[in-house]
Design a protein around this ligand. Structure first.
Ligand code: PEP
Ligand code: MG
Length: 850
C-alpha cells in the first residue's frame, strides 16, 4: 500500500525548540525515526538554511536538504513540527508550523502548492498552530499518497547504495547530458522501485532529471546504479539496457561533431585577398554563409514585481507550467519530425527540468514572501541556473542554458506583456544572426528562408544550439568572444563555418570570391545528396533496394529525402507504448493510412506488434516471464491474444485499400504459426473485402533460418532481424552489459544463418514459389555488413535513415563478384574480428572498380 507523505508518526505537536537549529534538528529526528532519512541528512537540512531562506510566510517554514545529499533519503516523507509559541526563523520571522521535507523526487509538489494556498488562510493556520489533534494537520493538507516507489523502499539502514546494483562506466563521449538523462529518468519511472545513481561520493535519484544532471557524469567515470523494491531487478535490467542502447546514438552524435570539425579542419577555408576585419571563434557547423549581420542584443529583462494574492499567483504559475510543458512536448514532436529525434529530445528534457521540486519551491517561497508570480519565477530560475553555471562544469553550464530557455517560456505566459526575447526575426533575408548566445528554442525556431548562418559570442561546439545548427545545415561559429556584439548591425558579412571566422567590411572582390567559394561548396553538397537519391546498384548492375526503418507518417518525408526507397520496417510497438490502453482499430488505421499516403506508392512493410522481451506494456497485464526473450513475445503473443491481433490486422487491411503495403510477422519459429497467421489474415481480408497483400515473416530465430526452405513455401518474403537473430544464435542477451561486445552481428555463425535463409528462399523461388530476402536489423545499415549481405544474395536492406547514403555509396563502389568473394571470406572466417578486418578489401583500389 502506498504511504502518505505525512503520517501521524511524522507529526509532533506542542514542541518548544530553543531556536531554529533546534527546531530543524527535532523535525529532522522525526524523519530519522520514521526511517525516511539517514541521520546525516539533518545536517543537510541545516546547511540549506545557509544558502536559502526556507520561511514561506504566515508562520510556515519548509526546511529541505541539499540536492547533493538526496542519497541520504531512504523514502519520501514530510515531518511537521508544531511550535505553538513560535520560534524565530529569521529576524522578524517566527515559525509555528515547520514542514521538514525529505523528497526523493517530485512527490511533494502537490503538498507545496497546498501549503502556499493555505498561507492565504490565516484562520486555519492559526488553528493548526495550536491544535491538539494531529489529524487536523493531516486533513488540512489533504495529503497526496506517496507513490509506490517511496512506499516500497524498505526502511533499512541508510546506505549510499541499495543492495542490488551494478557498476557502469560512462561510455557517452559527451558524458551524461539532458537528452540521454531524460531517457534514463523515463525508464526508471516505469518501475515502483527506488533507483539511485552514484558518481563517486554523490548520488542522485534516477527518477529526477535535475538530480542526475547535477552528478556531472563525465565520459569514463564509473557509476554505481542500485535499486530497492519489489521490481528492483527488472528496473535495473531495463535501465542498464537503455543506458547501453543509447551509447551508439551518443557516439554517433559525437562522431558527427568530430567529422564536422575534421571536415572543417581538412577543408581549406576560404581566404580573402584583402585584410578585412574578422573575429575567430570555434567551428560549430561547416559551410560558408554570406549575408547581412543581424545582432540580437540580449534584452535586459526587467520583470516587474506585481504582487497578487498568493492563491492567484500559485494558480497562475501552475497553469503557466502546465501550458509550457505541453508546448515543449509539442515542440519536441515537431522538432523531431522537422529536424530529428535527438533534437526533439532536447525539448522533452526541458519540459522535465520545469518539474524540478527545488525550482518550484523557490518560486513558491518568493510568492509567499509577497512577490508576484512572474517575478518570483524569474528570480527562482535565474538563481537555479546561476548555481548550475557556477560549478565550472561545461555540462552543467549547458544545462543552465536549457533551464533559462525553458524558464523564459514560462515567463512569457506569466507576463505576456513583457517583451521576452526569442522567436523569429522580424523581416529580412539571408541573415547572419549574431548573439551573445542562442537558446535551443531560438535555434529550432529559426526560419531557414530568412537565416543563412549563426555566430555566438559564447557557447560551445557541443551545445544543443550547435547540434541543431549542424542538423539544419546552417554554418555556425561559436565562442567568437564579446567583441562580436560590437560588430555593426546591418553589415554584409561572410561567416566561415569551416575556418570558424566572421569577416565584415569586405570589398567587392572578396565578396565575389566568397560567393564563388560558397557556390562550389553547395554544388558539392548537392552532388552528395543527389547520389543518396540514386538507386543502389553495384558496378555490374545488381540492384539492391534500400529502405528506411520508420515508425510514423511524419518521419517519412525526411527518410525519402535521405534516399529511402520505401519503408522496410514499420515497428508498430510505438503505437502501444507510453499510454494506458491499447490503440483502437480506427486509430491504428489512421496511422497506417498516413504511412501509405506519405509513401505515395512506394513499398511499406508493417510489422505486427512485437511486444514482450525487452518491450513491455503494463496495461496488457502480460504474465511475468522468467526469461522474457525466450517467452511469449511477438507473434507468439499475438496468436494468444486475438483482442490484439484482430484489430491490428483489420486496421492494416483497411489501410491496404488505400495503397500498397505488406504485412510482416515477427518472431516466427514454426510453420504452424505462419499458417495460422496467414489463415487469420485471409479471414479478415475477406470480411473487409480488402486486396490481398504480400505476407512475410521476420527471420530472427535460428529455427526459422534453418527451416527457411519450408517457411519460404508459405511466405512472400523474409526480412532478417539481425538484432534478435544474433542474440539467439550466440545465446547472448541483446541488452547484456558485459557481453554486448561479443554479441557481434558479423559473427560468422550469424552470417551462416543468413546464408541458410537466403538459400531456403532461393530454393522455393526456383520451385515456383517466389520469396525474396531482405534485412532490417542493424547489420543492414553497416556498409561492410550491407556489402556482405548483398554478396550473400540479400536484395533489400532497411535501416535508419542516416545510414542510407554511406550504404549506397559502399555498394555502388563494388561489383557483385567482389561482394560474393567478400561474403565467402566472411563465412569462412573464424570470428567476428576477422570478418571486420575484411573492411579493408572494400577500400582496396585493386578490387574496387571506379
Ligand atoms: C531485429 O531483431 O533485428 C529487428 C529489426 O527487430 P527489433 O530490433 O525491433 O527486435
Ligand atoms: Mg527483432
Amino acid at each position: 500500500m502506498p504511504e502518505a507523505l505525512i503520517r501521524p508518526e511524522l507529526v509532533q505537536l506542542g514542541a518548544a525548540p530553543a531556536d531554529k537549529t533546534a527546531a530543524i534538528r527535532q523535525a529532522g529526528q522525526l524523519l530519522v525515526a520514521a526511517g525516511c532519512i539517514a541521520p546525516a541528512y539533518v545536517q543537510s537540512l541545516l546547511a540549506r538554511e545557509q544558502t536559502a531562506n526556507t520561511y514561506l510566510g504566515s508562520g510556515v517554514a519548509i526546511p529541505h536538504g541539499q540536492i547533493a545529499d538526496r542519497h541520504l533519503i531512504e523514502r519520501t516523507g514530510i515531518a511537521v513540527l508544531q511550535v505553538p509559541g513560535g520560534v524565530e526563523w529569521n529576524a522578524g520571522q517566527r515559525a509555528t508550523l515547520i514542514f521538514a521535507i525529505a523528497a526523493q523526487s517530485d512527490e511533494h509538489l502537490a503538498l507545496l502548492r497546498r501549503l502556499t494556498r493555505l498561507l492565504q488562510d490565516e484562520a486555519t493556520l492559526q488553528k493548526l498552530a495550536c491544535t491538539a489533534d494531529a489529524g487536523d494537520i493531516l486533513r488540512a493538507l489533504e495529503l497526496p499518497a506517496a507513490p509506490a516507489a517511496a512506499a516500497d523502499a524498505a526502511a533499512q539502514a541508510p546506505a549510499a547504495d541499495y543492495a542490488q546494483g551494478f557498476d557502469w562506466r560512462m561510455p557517452y563521449p559527451n558524458g551524461l547530458h539532458a537528452r540521454p538523462a531524460q531517457q534514463w529518468v523515463e525508464t526508471a519511472r516505469r518501475f515502483a522501485a527506488s533507483v539511485r545513481v552514484r558518481n563517486g561520493q554523490e548520488a542522485g535519484d534516477a527518477k529526477n532529471l535535475m538530480a542526475l544532471l547535477q552528478l556531472g557524469i563525465a565520459h569514463g567515470q564509473t557509476l554505481h546504479v542500485s535499486a530497492q523494491g519489489d521490481d528492483a531487478a527488472a528496473a535495473l535490467a531495463a535501465l542498464q539496457g537503455v543506458m547501453n542502447r543509447l551509447t551508439a546514438a551518443e557516439e554517433a552524435e559525437a562522431e558527427k561533431a568530430r567529422q564536422a570539425k575534421a571536415q572543417a579542419a581538412s577543408r581549406s577555408a576560404w581566404q580573402p585577398a584583402g585584410q578585412p576585419p574578422s573575429l575567430q571563434g570555434i567551428s560549430a557547423s561547416p559551410g560558408l554563409a554570406i549575408g547581412t549581420l543581424r545582432v540580437r542584443r540580449a534584452a535586459n529583462i526587467a520583470v516587474p514585481d506585481r504582487p497578487a494574492p498568493l492563491a492567484e499567483g500559485a494558480d497562475a504559475l501552475d497553469e503557466a507550467l502546465a501550458a509550457t510543458r505541453a508546448e515543449l512536448l509539442q515542440l519536441a514532436q515537431d522538432t523531431a519530425a522537422r529536424i530529428g529525434k535527438a533534437e526533439g529530445g532536447i525539448f522533452r528534457a526541458q519540459a522535465e527540468l520545469l518539474g524540478d521540486t527545488g525550482l518550484i519551491a523557490q518560486a513558491c517561497q518568493r510568492m509567499a514572501q509577497g512577490h508576484g508570480a512572474a517575478w518570483s519565477w524569474h528570480e527562482a530560475v535565474q538563481a537555479a541556473a546561476g548555481q548550475l553555471a557556477s560549478v565550472g562544469s561545461p555540462l552543467l553550464a549547458a544545462r543552465a542554458a536549457d533551464l533559462r530557455d525553458a524558464g523564459l517560456r514560462v515567463l512569457r505566459k506569466l507576463a505576456p506583456e513583457l517583451d521576452v526575447p526569442g522567436g523569429q526575426e522580424q523581416g529580412g533575408e539571408n541573415l547572419v544572426i549574431a548573439a551573445a548566445d542562442l537558446t535551443p528554442s531560438d535555434t529550432a525556431a529559426l526560419d531557414l528562408r530568412q537565416v543563412a548562418g549563426l555566430c555566438t559570442a559564447q557557447g560551445g561546439p557541443s551545445s544543443h544550439t550547435a547540434i541543431i545548427a549542424r542538423t539544419l545545415g546552417l554554418p555556425a561559429v561559436v565562442a567568437a568572444g564579446g567583441a562580436l556584439l560590437d560588430v555593426p548591425d546591418g553589415q554584409t558579412v561572410v561567416l566561415d563555418g569551416d575556418g570558424a571566422r566572421l569577416y565584415w567590411g569586405l570589398d567587392e572582390a572578396d565578396l565575389q570570391s566568397a560567393r564563388q567559394w560558397r557556390d562550389a561548396q553547395q554544388a558539392r553538397a548537392r552532388e552528395i545528396a543527389r547520389l543518396a537519391l540514386q538507386p543502389a546498384a553495384t558496378q555490374d548492375g545488381v540492384r539492391v533496394e534500400v529502405a528506411a526503418n520508420v515508425n510514423r507518417p511524419e518521419q517519412v518525408p525526411a527518410a525519402l529525402a535521405a534516399g529511402a526507397e520505401g519503408v522496410g520496417l514499420m515497428r508498430t510497438e510505438f503505437l502501444y507504448l507510453e499510454r494506458d490502453s491499447a490503440p483502437g482499430e480506427d486509430e491504428q488505421c489512421e496511422t497506417y493510412c498516413g504511412m501509405v499516403r506519405e509513401l505515395a506508392g512506394r513499398p511499406l512493410i508493417i510489422r505486427t506488434l512485437d511486444i514482450g522481451g525487452d518491450k513491455q506494456v503494463p496495461y496488457l497485464n502480460l504474465p511475468h516471464e522468467e526469461n522474457p526473450f525466450l517467452g511469449i513475445r511477438g507473434s507468439r503473443l499475438m496468436l494468444r491474444r486475438p483482442d490484439l491481433l484482430e484489430p491490428q490486422l483489420r486496421a492494416i487491411y483497411r489501410a491496404a485499400k488505400t495503397g500498397p503495403l505488406s504485412i510482416m510477422f515477427p518472431m516466427i519459429t514454426s510453420l504452424a504459426e505462419l499458417r495460422e497467421l496467414r489463415a487469420e489474415c485471409e479471414r479478415i481480408r475477406q470480411q473487409l473485402n480488402a486486396p490481398a497483400v504480400p505476407i512475410g515473416i521476420m527471420v530472427e530465430v535460428p529455427a526459422a533460418a534453418v527451416m527457411a526452405g519450408q517457411l519460404a513455401l508459405h511466405a512472400d518474403f523474409f526480412s532478417i532481424g539481425t538484432n534478435d537473430l544474433t542474440q539467439y544464435v550466440l545465446a547472448i542477451d541483446r541488452q547484456h552489459p558485459e557481453l554486448a561486445r561479443e554479441a557481434d552481428t558479423l559473427h560468422p555463425a550469424v552470417l551462416r544463418m543468413i546464408q541458410r535463409t537466403v538459400q531456403g528462399a532461393q530454393a522455393a523461388t526456383q520451385a515456383g514459389r517466389p520469396c525474396w530476402v531482405g534485412v532490417c536489423g542493424g547489420l543492414a545499415g553497416d556498409p561492410l555488413g550491407a556489402a556482405i549481405l548483398t554478396g550473400l544474395g540479400v536484395r533489400e536492406l532497411s535501416m535508419s535513415q542516416r545510414d542510407i547514403a554511406p550504404v549506397k555509396a559502399a555498394l555502388r563502389a563494388c561489383d557483385s563478384a567482389l561482394l560474393a568473394e567478400l561474403a565467402q571470406l566472411a563465412l569462412d572466417s573464424a570470428d567476428a574480428d576477422s570478418v571486420r578486418a575484411l573492411a579493408a578489401r572494400l577500400q582496396a583500389p585493386r578490387q574496387v572498380k571506379r
